[in-house]
Design a protein around this ligand. Sequence first.
Ligand SMILES: *Cc1c(COP(=O)(O)O)cnc(C)c1O
Length: 390
Amino acid sequence: MTRKKSFQTALIHSDYQPPEGFAALPVALHPASTVLFSNIAAMRSRNWQHKDAYTYGLHGTPTTFTLEARLAEIEGGRHCLLAPSGLAAITMVYFAFLKSGDDVLIPDNAYNPNRDLGQWLARDFGITARFYDPLIGAGIAALIQPNTRLIWTETPGSVSMEIPDIPAICKAAHARGVLVALDNTWSAGIAFRAFEHGVDIVVQALTKYQSGGSDVLMGAVITGGEELNQRLGMAHMRLGFGVGVDDAYLVLRSLPTVQLRLKAHDAGARAVAAWLQSRPEIATVLHPAYPDCPGHDIWQRDFQGAGGLFSVIFDACYTEAQTDGLVDALQLFKIGFSWGGPNSLCVPYRMQTMRAHWPHRGQLLRLNIGLEDPQDLIADLEQAMGRALS
Ligand SMILES: *Cc1c(COP(=O)(O)O)cnc(C)c1O
């Protein structure tokens, strides 16, 4: 070009090139919708499904590929796809593996939006969705139909805390060629090694422990096999699931500490659970490390630790108004959904309306133990019990 660039064009096409050879510890941020090709041949020869090159921001950048690879490593899988929320990751699994006429089995204690998604797809999109007792184990075989394609699992259920026998469910499913998907969010993929126990597809809500700051929504689907990943990749592309580079960076920044944080949440939760267990106001501690928790023996067999989330059932003499009053009286514990951040949270659930055969009569509170000193959390619970229950 002979013409000197106008100011307007120079604003867009600067001549400056930063020096090469920069090195630093953080993963580099590559914000991009458009990805550039050096020539037409390069553009035509690239396949968006191959992760050895780049085609468009939605299909990946060095930042998102790095996050995907690290998440696959943590989980013990080989492939990973990111989604804009944990629920979007669950959606990706449904659309990758189910079509009209197919059947899906969902545990009765599943993360409620997963349950609702299954019911919506059954109502309006021609699949059938059936709900099973999470403690069914090998008995799942009797529920598998010729058109059953997918079995969802969750360990433990994130409110009622039953621990299913995942190896037994996988064995029965695989004998009939059915895929098993696990929502492994509670364990962050660290306390439960899903692929070693036979699971085919793992979902993580990175919103929880992986991001760790209560400030990001993101999800991931992780697999061990090429074919499963390709099916998921088509759903990922067709549904248009991309994640923002700043959010990807926040998760990358938190990942190196995820195991340390999980251990601290686990230790804090066990200290608080032990105190609650000793209180006369509490009828049952639903924490996988406690014998009252259904599936406790399976947790002992299959898990390497626990997370910070558990539930308690109050003695049936306390009304909902009283336990609501207790939650309102808490000072350190905040009222709010989700978990995995530094703050402790508490939410009451009306189990009688959520589950067909809920065995407890007392009120249920779900506690997410954050990273505060557990003795301060215990003192907070004690003062709130004193104010609301006496
Ligand atoms: C939070 C959560 C999800 C969904 O994650 P979002 O990012 O909030 O959509 C899915 N499964 C479980 C078990 C969760 O706790």
